[in-house]
Design a protein around this ligand. Structure first.
Ligand SMILES: Nc1ncnc2c1ncn2[C@@H]1O[C@H](COP(=O)(O)OP(=O)(O)OP(=O)(O)O)[C@@H](O)[C@H]1O
Ligand SMILES: [Mg+2]
Length: 260
């Protein structure tokens, strides 16, 4: 199962990706979580121990690797470099694993409208394609806002794109823009995930103003999320109601995609 998580800044993409990743892992799946945020923080959300975090390096910033595979250094815009570098060994070599969740960091890449124009862009894009083709693995992509990493050729492999929203007009407006971009590249399995729900009014607000895609889950707002951060423990372990919603979300995803 391949799942992309998107949404406006700060709505809770990383928190929800971490919750769902752990729920998949606890249900016995091999999980690869990919942090595509230029300033990665999924490792913290998953509470990876610091020695593992220290050995994790964003792929787009690994100069020697990018040079070895593409023939050019990151940032090079002229000259020749491979647009289709070898990437098949990267997920296993450069990820770290904790409690059943394997984590890979992509790093910061500027994607121009016309496609990738730099060696690290070619590397990351080829890697995304490769990850979407890999079988027998739950892939979770924490994508910050855009969907430009997902090329048209790969959208068929995405089982679900989750757009996280909070009960605000702004986040719902952003979700509408993301839906437009996603449908433009042919992605149509798009679901809304509501987060930071405080009361019944918030649920009604989202149901009334949400774009016309199914609402897959409602994650409540909880003071304990902040508490988990202060205690340096995973939200999954500290906030029972959010763990339960994550487990339900995993079940609903299986029901939707007809995959075991
Ligand atoms: N259900 C929740 N209840 C309370 N606080 C939450 C909840 N979900 C997320 N938060 C808090 O909201 C903030 C943003 O969450 P998070 O980093 O997951 O969002 P994000 O969408 O990944 O942000 P960014 O766009 O910066 O990557 C964090 O401080 C997080 O602890
Ligand atoms: Mg994030």
């Amino acid at each position: 199962m391949k799942i992309a998580v998107s949404g406006k800044g700060g709505v809770g993409k990383t928190t929800i990706t971490a919750l769902i990743a752990q729920a998949f892992a606890d249900s016995g799946k091999d999980v690869l979580a990919v942090d595509a945020d230029p300033s990665p923080c999924l490792a913290d959300a998953l509470c990876f121990p610091s020695e593992l975090k220290d050995s994790l390096h964003p792929i787009a910033e690994m100069e020697d690797l990018i040079y070895e595979r593409t023939g050019a250094k990151p940032g090079a815009s002229g000259g020749f470099f491979s647009l289709n570098p070898r990437v098949d060994d990267i997920p296993d070599k450069f990820s770290v694993k904790h409690r059943g969740v394997r984590l890979l960091e992509m790093g910061s890449v500027e994607f121009g409208g016309g496609g990738c124009i730099c060696p690290e862009g070619a590397m990351v894009k080829t890697l995304f394609t490769h990850l979407l083709f890999r079988k027998d693995e739950v892939l979770l992509l924490d994508m910050y806002a855009g969907v430009e990493h997902l090329g048209r050729a790969t959208v068929d492999f995405v089982d679900a794109m989750l757009i996280v929203v909070e009960p605000t007009n702004r986040s719902l407006n952003t979700s509408t823009q993301i839906i437009k971009l996603a449908t433009d590249i042919g992605l149509n399995k798009i679901y809304l995930v509501a987060n930071k729900i405080r009361n019944e009014g918030d649920v009604e607000f989202i149901e009334k103003f949400k774009p016309d895609i199914p609402l897959l889950a409602n994650f409540n707002s909880s003071q304990k999320v902040n508490e988990a951060d202060h205690l340096n423990v995973a939200v999954y372990d500290h906030v029972k109601e959010l763990k339960e919603e994550a487990m339900l979300t995993v079940k609903r995803l299986y029901d939707l995609s007809n995959i075991d």
